[in-house]
Write a protein that binds this ligand. Structure first.
Ligand code: AKG
Ligand code: FE2
Length: 386
């Protein structure tokens, strides 16, 4: 354990600002709990044996990014993957299976070992940001049916906020996890994407500084099985077809099937679980920054197949966003002019509007496309797919 300094005296504590006191309290209770904070082991359920229509995704071996030649080859693979499926797997990302299992155990405990009273204390306070718990039944899906998805969202500046007691002895691990997702996995992918557009290697990385204020977050997510009536009313859709709000989404592969991508031929295909792999996709922000070079792929979550139908579906994610003050203007071919850039929404404008409107039922049927609902947010058409 890295922090071994002694606690300040009560006199000294009174001189500290309330925020510093809060941070200190978090650190001190962390020190007390590390010796006692046991974590129940998490045993992942078996993968489905149903023959499903699987998407064929490229596998990007991140360990090859250690050499200039490796990077060049990977950049081409990423461009190719983005132009076909829009999703790809990442392997050799630097986390062992054991470390990954620990994160799932922490995620599981966040939902199962915290009672409803404590969950209320750590519930998000603002509709424009995902922070802490999002309880079930807050989003409209179809015919008045709401979601059965619980979140716990952790900003990448992990210790800036308080967390429920079960997490306090694991804050070091969560902090390392956020940093690893951001500065190793995300940054490598952003460099490959910049190279794939013949742009300076760090152009996207510089917009995603880890230290900058922003909403890149670790998210734990649990889907609960629904009633047969709700399955009928929503045509088995658990999370409607959408593109992601942010720049890059890193999904830590888990065995319960249900995630599908809308292929270019119009068919929905399942994403297959690969142990300790990542499933990566890019969102609206990369589309805006790349001037349409990297288009987001529509995806959704439906009821798991028969052999997993009654199981809870636990997920661990890293949702990356640019820093709050970054203007979402194209740096790609036909890059935005100075005045266009000055008018473009900032990351924070975009994230707030998108988050606030999500799941409120504000979308209207598209006049052009079947099964599509849409709305205009900050001048950009946002769609949902049924
Ligand atoms: O649960 C999943 O597999 C995907 C969730 C998702 O697409 C999202 O939260 O944006
Ligand atoms: Fe998504």
């Amino acid at each position: 354990m890295s922090n071994t300094s002694t606690a300040p005296s009560p006199f000294f504590r009174r001189l500290l600002s309330p925020l510093t006191r809060l941070r200190l309290a978090n650190k001190l209770s962390f020190r007390r709990l590390t010796t006692t904070g046991a974590l129940p082991e998490y045993v992942p359920p078996p993968a489905t044996t149903e023959p499903l229509d699987w998407a064929e995704l490229a596998i990007i071996d991140l360990s090859k990014a250690n050499t200039p030649e490796g990077c060049k080859a990977l950049a081409e693979e990423v461009v190719q993957a983005m132009n076909t499926q829009g999703f790809f797997y990442v392997i050799n990302h630097g986390y062992t299976l054991e470390q990954t299992r620990r994160m799932f155990a922490i995620a599981s405990s966040t939902f199962d070992d915290v009672d409803s009273e404590e969950k209320k204390i750590y519930m998000g306070k603002s509709p424009t940001v995902y922070e802490g718990y999002k309880p079930r039944q807050t989003w409209q899906i179809e015919q008045g049916v709401t979601d059965q998805i619980e979140h716990y969202n952790i900003n990448h500046a992990v210790r800036e906020r308080m967390h429920p007691h079960v997490l306090r002895s694991h804050l070091d691990e969560i902090e390392n996890f956020a940093r690893h997702n951001h500065t190793h996995i995300l940054f490598t992918i952003l460099r490959l994407m910049a190279m794939g557009m013949q742009l300076p290697e760090d152009i996207f990385v510089d917009m995603h500084r880890f230290e900058a204020t922003g909403e890149s977050s670790v998210r734990f997510m649990k889907y609960y099985p629904r009633s047969p009536e709700e399955e009928v009313q929503t045509k088995n859709v658990w999370l409607k077809g959408h593109t992601d709000i942010g720049s890059i989404t890193i999904l830590w592969s888990q065995p319960i099937s249900g995630l599908q991508i809308l292929s270019r031929d119009g068919g929905w295909r399942y994403i297959k679980h690969i142990e300790n792999a990542l499933v990566v996709n890019s969102g609206d922000v990369m589309q805006l920054l790349s001037g349409n070079f990297y288009k987001p792929t529509i995806h959704r979550v439906i009821q798991p197949p028969k052999d997993q139908e009654r199981l809870e579906r636990l997920g661990v994610f890293y949702f990356a966003m640019a820093a709050d003050d970054v203007r979402l203007a194209s740096v790609g071919a036909g890059a935005a002019s100075k005045s266009e850039k000055a008018q473009a929404p900032t990351m924070s404008d975009w994230r707030k509007e998108r988050t606030e409107r999500y799941g409120t039922g504000s979308m209207r049927p598209s006049s052009k496309e079947e099964k599509v609902e849409e709305e205009v947010i900050l001048g950009v058409v946002v769609k949902e797919y049924n």
